[in-house]
Write a protein that binds this ligand. Sequence first.
Ligand code: SF4
Length: 240
Amino acid sequence: MDRYSNSTSNFKRSGKAGFIRFVVLGMTIKERYAGVLRYFDESGMEAETELMYRNPFELLVAVVLSAQCTDKRVNMVSRTLFARLPDAATMLSAGEEIIRGLIASISYPNAKARHLAGLAEILVNRFGGEVPSTREDLMALPGVGRKTANVILSVLHGEAAMAVDTHVFRVSARLGLTRGAKTPLATEVQLMRHIPESLVPKAHHWLILHGRRVCVARNPRCADCGLQDWCSYYGKKAGR
Ligand code: SF4
């Protein structure tokens, strides 16, 4: 028996004739998190970045390039970029103009070329060409904010760091995992309060992929979503 079904007053029947579903009413925040995480875990959804990279430097560059750009586009560009400029020293020698030419089809190529040139310089001069491993050092690099630093800490080092991008922000709010969170940092703090540390790296990818594939920005595909019973937005729409 489902562990949530022992409180029958919390459930009601719904659905079409011949098909009975039980939806959880007045669930606690703990129950909502447990339901959502269990769904993702059992769904078999992959829990890794869609960006292509072979080493920490390539991941860092790819994440910087991915700001307001699709991973697909970044992957198309990064193949050539990494073949030409495979490490920080080579990128530093190449300079901003050559970098800009190689990333011209990415959003905001001027700013991103400037960031990558500056980033390569700091990596070479301060970190021996390696990608640093603390949030503070990462956030000192041009083009690297808290979100990017958290991706690096999570993906490279398996740290419990929740990177909040537009998908994580939106999906968490719709599901009701966050309440009244007005900023990515507020979302991060609320998610980190409830998600077990060992699941944070996976949960980050689950929320992103769910936001890209199902809970899309304009018209979320609720009819195809397996999270209806746990979702605050859907519950309100359904009048629960
Ligand atoms: S039910 Fe709809 S709003 Fe809720 S998570 Fe699924 S797609 Fe998003």
